[in-house]
Ligand binder design. Structure first.
Ligand code: GDP
Length: 511
């Protein structure tokens, strides 16, 4: 069976044009559903804006959402990745839920740090990448410089699919190699409004050096190779301007034509195929709902196989007993009233009260366990200190909730009552403090902790018990009660690992 689903993300460095491109893709597709908006009505919207304040102040996106559009019989599920580097863990998980990605590069800036970081995450999972070189309506680097930088910096074959006829003030259109046509700017805004001409009629007007450059770009790079692209070894490159609408059509067509339909997902030794009859999926994100009085959340499930129907019973691996999914949020439908089925590749939002956690598998038969959605060892650890010490119970509840959601990790030391929170990026700490206040009415301060990082301990029971006996001052339990070694330095980890070869000090944990 061939699926008409394309589930993808856009990766980029802040300011490269991800938001603008997203808007243009959605405009072309027509239907727009913003996951974060679905339940945000009236009072809920106000409450939500409380902790979203941080987001506004910093002008960054803390939460990610699902946006779906349909075009020419293809359903595109675009998952938004938070662009800020602080949120690498959240971003990582979102990228586990996509089958391919678009990498947006600023034509003047080339590969920037965040682009590279996100690219590396894609590479880990062989996620195929289509490259969009944006802002050619402004002065940029030479085509060769851009193409060669992508190739060298990311160790990828590049296969240009188009070329701008001049950049900045000299920009006169984009040549699409496959159709041999040129899209042209029109009007005062110099936008693409649908004017397309055969290249043959235009070529003669090009200055000699530009004509030569275009010819070299066209002939001097590898041809597109579907296999190599799907393996993540080659990236087709499109030039364009999201702002002026150049290259957007071609990008959508390329995703429809080349981007992989839903891929099989790893579950231990097995690969679960999208063709499997049983409905299976995994939770890659949990978003607190916007109403602090009800504390309900939406868990985002990437469907891996089967045909989901509203009201269906699925068993979450973390719970062990089935739950009926009566009010799923299905982002793909043009008309939400009619949306009551979903296919492999789709994202289903499941409202719940904390039963569903990131990394959980949901399935009909409760036999599959998806793997590859780890927690990462935190790089920042802080002691959490209550302003009002009588609020211990509320704090514990809040920390448990927020760690379920993946906002923070929490560690309860074996000795003493000083709880530690761990995060991968600084911004998560601000979110924590702000949400404790707003949603749990708990005032808390964060103080320095003696620990630099944490490692999950694994090994046979005897070795674990023995280690625990002598190291209780440096041990804690996480939200699930698993034993964690709290290290004062990375050196500490290496030292203990050497001294205790029977134990594994793991920087990641799979649930
Ligand atoms: P994001 O941070 O990656 O989401 O970037 P935005 O989409 O917010 O764009 C950053 C800035 O670049 C905004 O001022 C956009 O208007 C501008 N921009 C985006 N695309 C283009 C483009 O194709 N050409 C030009 N000249 N500006 C662009």
């Amino acid at each position: 069976m061939t699926s008409n689903r394309r589930t993808f993300a856009i990766i980029s460095h802040p300011d490269a044009g991800k938001t603008t491109l997203t808007e243009k893709l959605l405009l072309q597709g027509g239907a727009i559903h913003l996951a974060g908006e679905v339940k945000a009505r009236g009072q809920a919207r106000r409450a939500r804006s409380d902790w979203m304040k941080i987001e506004q102040q910093r002008g960054i996106s803390v939460t990610s959402s699902v946006m779906t559009f349909e075009k020419d019989g293809i359903t595109f599920n675009l998952l938004d990745t938070p662009g800020h580097e602080d949120f690498s863990e959240d971003t990582y998980r979102t990228l586990t839920a996509v089958d391919s990605a678009i990498m947006v590069i600023d034509a003047a800036k080339g590969i920037e740090p965040q682009t590279r970081k996100l690219f590396e995450v894609c590479r880990l999972r062989s996620v195929p990448i289509i490259t969009f070189v944006n802002k050619v309506d402004r002065e940029g680097r030479s085509l060769f410089e851009i193409l060669d930088e992508v190739a060298d910096a990311l160790a990828l074959d590049v296969s240009p699919q188009s070329a701008p006829l001049g950049m900045g003030g000299l920009f006169t259109g984009i040549l699409d190699f496959a159709s041999d046509t040129v899209t042209r700017p029109e009007g005062d805004s110099r936008e693409y409004l649908g004017k397309r001409e055969a290249f043959a009629g235009v070529a003669g007007d090009l200055p000699g050096d530009l004509a030569e450059e275009i010819e070299l770009v066209r002939e001097g790079y590898p041809e597109f190779d579907l296999e190599a692209y799907r393996h993540g070894d080659l990236t087709p490159v499109f030039f364009g301007s999201a702002l002026k609408n150049f290259g957007v059509e071609e990008l959508i067509a390329a995703i429809a034509k080349w981007a992989p339909p839903p891929r099989p997902q790893p579950a231990g030794e097995e690969q679960i195929s999208p063709d499997r009859d049983e409905v299976t999926g995994f939770i890659f994100k949990v978003q607190a709902n916007m109403d602090p009085n009800h504390r309900d959340r939406i868990a985002f499930m990437r469907q891996v196989s089967g045909t989901f129907k509203r009201g269906m019973k699925l068993t979450p691996s973390g719970l062990g007993k089935p739950i009926a999914i009566h009010s799923p949020i299905l982002f793909f439908a043009q008309d939400r009233e009619l949306a009551d089925t979903a296919e492999a590749g789709d994202i289903i939002g499941i409202p719940n009260h904390g039963t569903l956690r990131v990394g959980d598998t949901l399935s009909e038969k409760n036999q599959v366990r998806f793997t590859g959605l780890p927690n990462f060892a935190p790089e920042i650890l802080r002691r959490i200190v209550l302003v009002d010490p009588t609020k211990t119970k509320q704090l514990r509840k809040a920390l448990d909730d927020l760690s379920e959601e993946g906002v923070i990790q929490v560690f309860y030391p074996e000795i003493g009552g000083q709880w530690i929170v761990g995060v991968v990026g600084q911004l998560q700490l601000d979110v924590l403090v702000s949400r404790l206040e707003a949603e749990y009415k708990v005032g808390a301060n964060l103080e320095a902790s003696p620990f630099a990082t944490a490692r999950w301990l694994k090994g046979d029971q005897k070795a674990m018990d023995e280690f625990e006996k002598f190291n209780r001052a440096n041990l804690a339990r996480d939200r699930d009660g698993d034993l964690v070694f709290m290290a004062k330095s990375p050196w500490d980890v290496g030292y203990q690992q050497e001294k205790n070869p029977d134990l594994t000090f793991s920087a990641t944990k799979e649930r």
